[in-house]
Design a protein around this ligand. Sequence first.
Ligand SMILES: Nc1nc2c(ncn2[C@@H]2O[C@H](COP(=O)(O)OP(=O)(O)O)[C@@H](O)[C@H]2O)c(=O)[nH]1
Ligand SMILES: [Mg+2]
Ligand SMILES: [Zn+2]
Length: 391
Amino acid sequence: MSSVAPDIAFSDLACSERELALFDAYCSAHPSLDERFLGRVARLDRGLPLVCFEKGTARAEHAASVIKSADSLACVGDWVVLACPEGHDRGLIEDILPRTETLVRTDPSERTGRQVLAANIDIVFLLHALSDERVNIRRLEREMVVAYNSGALPVVVLTKADLATHLSEDLEAVRRAVPGIEVIVESVYDGRGVEEISRLIAPTKTAVLLGRSGVGKSALTNALVGGDYQATGSVRASDNKGRHTTVSRDLFVVRGGGVVIDTPGIRAIALWDVDAGFDSAFPEIAARAAECRFSDCTHTDEPGCAVLEAVRLGQIERRRLESYRALRREVADNAARRAERARLDARRRGGTKASGNRNRNTKRRARREREELRQELDDYRLDDELHDGLS
Ligand SMILES: Nc1nc2c(ncn2[C@@H]2O[C@H](COP(=O)(O)OP(=O)(O)O)[C@@H](O)[C@H]2O)c(=O)[nH]1
Ligand SMILES: [Mg+2]
Ligand SMILES: [Zn+2]
């Protein structure tokens, strides 16, 4: 069972000179009579941030100016300027300080928008359970692209080592998929790997745990924090997958110092504009691609393709190239979808005045858009299942 996590002391929040300086600069530029604090978002509760600051934690609303100007609202890990106006029972987020590294995915509910999963992170731990039939390498490769793209350091954690049935084969396959990246074998039951993970976060880093529901994110969080604060899900016996459990908070202070962000089970991460992540996640392909005849070579069937040649020579795994191409295609499709949405939006804005049957057309359009959205969500689910099923 979970108990209530202790209040986070502000001094434990991994605040650096950078945030202090940004906070001071904001306050001098925007004089106010309200008392203001530097705070960090520990959780979102139906869009309402829970902010940790010097005096404890407070539910907070966004100031109108933030809603108007910010490119996205506050998310877990954000540093914010928190005002506590006289007579208000909630805090007010006056400003979201500029972010460093962020973990972003395509918003599953919109498909054309982006969703920030965590902000100001240094390390992304990618968790995969060794108790599963086999580690899903396809999914891992996708996560690597997202993690690299965030700018934070990716580290792979293979969880539930005490239940592993193919440890050496899994480890070997994972190492091949993430060249140059640290891979930690972990079990909260026998304690393997937990210290290693804790040392990477200490004393002032912020780490986020990423992985599908049931891999052991909350169990690891508890082990790192040294308590039983985050609810862990019971595993369905039939398929060894966890259930979603309710959580009280996402951001925790690690015993040896630093901060860990537990994310609720994320079934899939649809890629968002991730050009930067590809070369790092597929270094052997990037290295050869420089020698392709065409600079925009897709390594499919182009003449003079150095990557295909390397595959023929057995220097690059065919399976890796297939992953690479599938992920690239997904990004291109998403970009096309966004462009199409933008075009429709523009046409709608331009067409409102002229339309004679405006009401009927508006209703028809709304219905069509609802259907489109439903279709997209179905596609997304299918996509999820497909990617989860591949190994
Ligand atoms: N045997 C074993 N079980 C674990 C380990 N880590 C987590 N579990 C169990 O796996 C289930 C799901 O863990 P949880 O942390 O809730 O997963 P989350 O959904 O990723 O947060 C729980 O029943 C945990 O007790 C581990 O290292 N070994
Ligand atoms: Mg959990
Ligand atoms: Zn090529």
